[in-house]
Write a protein that binds this ligand. Structure first.
Ligand code: PDD
Length: 279
């Protein structure tokens, strides 16, 4: 298991960072998760563009150019082929670096701390499984479009969901759907596909963008607008999506059965379109 840490390729067990790293002390950093299929990073340019956008929003300059990132990612993939196989999930994190002391105010420009590591990607060709979600209040901050490593609200919410027997927490702000704790949400109602628009309240998912393109290519318009939770619960179909979960059908939200309680036709069609696009 080899990771990239600040210019070196080292064994995961030996990869260490300082206690003064601002990522460790303040969650002062951003990240990406990039799926790898058959050894190739998927939609990697889109992921890197989002990384550059997250970095810009927290006033950090990228420690590497696009081509340098591509080289690092490729090397991490190759070094881990014998450990994780050729379907991997690449985790990439950039923090503001190691400061002179634990102080809120940054002491000046610091060399960023950069970590790139791989793990096994378990999604893929496997058959679709209907999942259950719980609807919870979105208690996160107001810049959810930044892929921040500060994920305390997200982890508290999903752990609460898991403890109650659900697979994902679907979040709302004052009854308006935002997204999942680590996914975006789509619904189908009377043949129309709906998803909340990109805003400061959601992360603009790379999978979300791709699904919108795939819907349009197959003649399905996607309406990006505010969605009330009543509409969500009354939907014919709901799915969540992310780089690691692809399209996951939601067949129940709390004690409400969605549609027929089975995986819907549009969900199946888009999941098949996504599999076809990958290969
Ligand atoms: N999370 N919304 C949130 C809050 C997320 O954390 C994620 C992904 C998404 C979907 O984005 P994408 O399609 O680009 O993966 C939406 C990653 C997988 C994670 O934190 O592990």
């Amino acid at each position: 298991d080899t990771v990239f840490l600040n210019g070196d390729y080292v064994a995961k067990a030996n990869a260490k960072i300082s206690v003064l790293d601002r990522g460790f002390l303040f969650a002062d950093g951003v990240y990406e998760v990039i799926p790898v299929y058959r050894g190739k990073p998927f939609r990697v340019k889109e992921h890197l563009n989002r990384l550059f956008d997250s970095l810009r929003q927290i006033n950090l300059s990228s420690p590497y150019s696009e081509s340098q990132w591509l080289e690092i990612i490729t090397r991490v993939i190759v070094k881990n082929l014998n450990v994780h196989g050729d379907n991997q999930s690449i985790y990439l994190q950039v923090t503001r670096g190691i400061d002179s002391d634990r102080q809120h105010t940054v002491s000046g420009p610091l060399p960023a701390t950069v970590l790139v590591m791989a793990s096994k990607l378990t999604t893929g060709e496997s058959t679709l499984k209907g999942e259950k979600a719980t609807l919870l209040e979105d208690i996160r901050w107001l810049h959810c479009d930044i892929k921040s490593i500060a994920l305390l609200a997200n982890t508290l919410l999903v752990n609460q969901a898991k403890a109650n027997g659900f697979d994902e927490a679907i979040l709302h702000r004052q009854q308006w759907l935002t997204e999942g704790a680590s996914s975006n949400v789509f619904l189908v109602n009377n043949g129309q596909v709906l998803t909340p628009p990109k805003s400061q309240y959601i992360l603009g998912g790379i999978t979300r963008d791709l699904i919108i393109e795939l819907c349009q290519a197959s003649g399905l318009e996607v309406c990006q607008r505010r969605v009330h939770i009543k509409e969500l619960l009354d939907a014919d179909e709901v799915w969540i999506c992310s780089s690691t979960r692809e399209i996951s059908p939601i067949i129940a939200i709390d004690d409400k059965i969605i549609g027929s309680g089975r995986i819907g036709a549009t969900t199946r069609r888009m999941a098949a379109a996504l599999q076809a696009f990958k290969s």
